[in-house]
Design a binder for this molecule. Structure first.
Ligand SMILES: [Fe+2]
Ligand SMILES: [Fe+2]
Length: 374
């Protein structure tokens, strides 16, 4: 066996570097890992901290000049990258009455979730999707979208997008310059906000009836045929569904949890992102598990604690937090009322790639695989 410390090997490695070659034994620690490296950390952004920042920004940032009025949530483990996890980024935004953000489209998939106010909207491929508290609006890969506020009070929402995943895969394309054809002159006219061309309540009327889908409209609306053609998911409807099933045992790890799906296929609402809403009943304490997917949460109702490794993230209304991939975690609702968490993860992408692994602990406390390669 060669002595790796001898001068010959050192010289070999140095010469290799000059030719942009790295001798294998030097490279092994980069990728031969027994488990995924911990990069992102468990972190919580408290509403009482980030909302005042948005209010300050509202007095300083003109949306016409800054494109958005948003703060991106930057995970301390990834800072100064503006990412929440290795695959997901997200932001909080405040728009005053009458303000809009210009129309654009991109290959990363995006989502918006209403926190405050009822006059928010996002026009997605010509459909005006109103955005009230707890409503989810999807903007799948390649769909033109803008957003704004046409009420007389401020609105606040969060977005979660998979920019980091798209960047890592070398697949990011971002486009501005939306134009519509002027019917009088047939010439293209650049628009800041799309003209609404779909009927009011289009997504819900067509696709929100359980068990049936219309046969007379296409079921593919964006570039990606697998993405949901339903662009809006109403909080009230999904919350009512949680209520209807609250007496079931539920998931040992997530309580009464439902997934937002493509109503045509039953698959995750976006091919690369998974969206969930979960009810933690009074005094409910889930068992620990861990999975390779990383998750962004927002507390919608009630309060509770999510234990992530040795960290305790205590949350209440509108707090946003991250559970990084491959971290043991459990949720606790210690109160007498319900707690509801909205979450977005990269589970759908992980599963498609065969990278999803989930573990729980057996009665002896040993880790056991529930899924490996799913
Ligand atoms: Fe966007
Ligand atoms: Fe989990």
């Amino acid at each position: 066996m060669a002595n790796l410390k001898n001068d010959g090997v050192e010289a070999l490695r140095a010469d290799a570097h000059r030719q942009y070659l790295i001798e294998f034994a030097q490279a092994r620690p980069v990728f031969e890992l027994p488990e995924p490296p911990k990069t992102a950390t468990a972190h919580l952004w408290r509403w009482s901290d980030y909302y005042p920042m948005l209010q300050r920004a509202a007095g300083l940032l003109d949306v016409d000049q800054t494109f958005r009025r948003s703060f991106m949530f930057a995970n301390p483990g990834l800072f100064p990258k503006p990412f929440m996890t290795p695959t997901l980024d997200g932001a909080c935004s405040l728009y005053n009455p009458g303000e809009t953000a210009p129309v654009h489209r991109h290959t990363p998939s995006a989502s918006r979730f209403g926190l405050e106010g009822s006059g928010g909207f996002s026009i997605v491929e010509g459909e005006k999707c109103t955005l009230g508290r707890g409503d989810l609006v999807l903007t799948p890969n390649g769909t033109w979208h803008d957003f704004g506020n046409d009420s007389d009070r401020e609105i606040v929402f969060i977005d979660v997008v998979n920019d980091p995943l798209s960047l890592a895969l070398g697949a990011t394309f971002y486009e501005l310059g939306y134009a519509e054809t002027d019917p009088a002159t047939n010439a293209p006219v650049t628009k800041r906000v799309q003209t609404v061309r779909m009927p009011k309540g289009n997504s819900e009327r067509l696709f929100a009836s359980p068990g049936v889908v219309p046969k007379f409209v296409p079921h593919e609306r964006g570039r990606n045929a697998d993405a949901s053609p339903m662009f809006v998911y109403r909080y009230d409807a999904i919350r009512a569904n949680l209520e209807k099933i609250r007496d079931y045992d539920g998931s040992p790890y997530d309580g009464i949890i439902v997934e937002y799906v493509n109503p045509v296929t039953g698959a995750p609402a976006m091919p690369t992102m998974s969206f969930h809403l979960q009810l933690l009943r009074p005094r409910e304490r889930t068992q620990v598990h861990r999975h390779t997917s990383s998750t962004v949460y927002c507390a919608v109702e009630g309060s509770g604690t999510t234990v992530v490794g040795d960290r305790e993230l205590t949350w209440s209304r509108n707090d946003v937090f991250v559970v990084p991939g491959w971290s043991w975690h459990a949720h606790i609702n210690a109160g007498d009322g319900d707690a509801v968490l909205y979450s977005v993860s990269d589970e759908a992408a992980m599963r498609k790639l065969g990278f999803f692994r989930e573990q729980a602990r057996d009665l002896a406390g040993d880790a056991i695989d529930l899924v490996f390669g799913g």
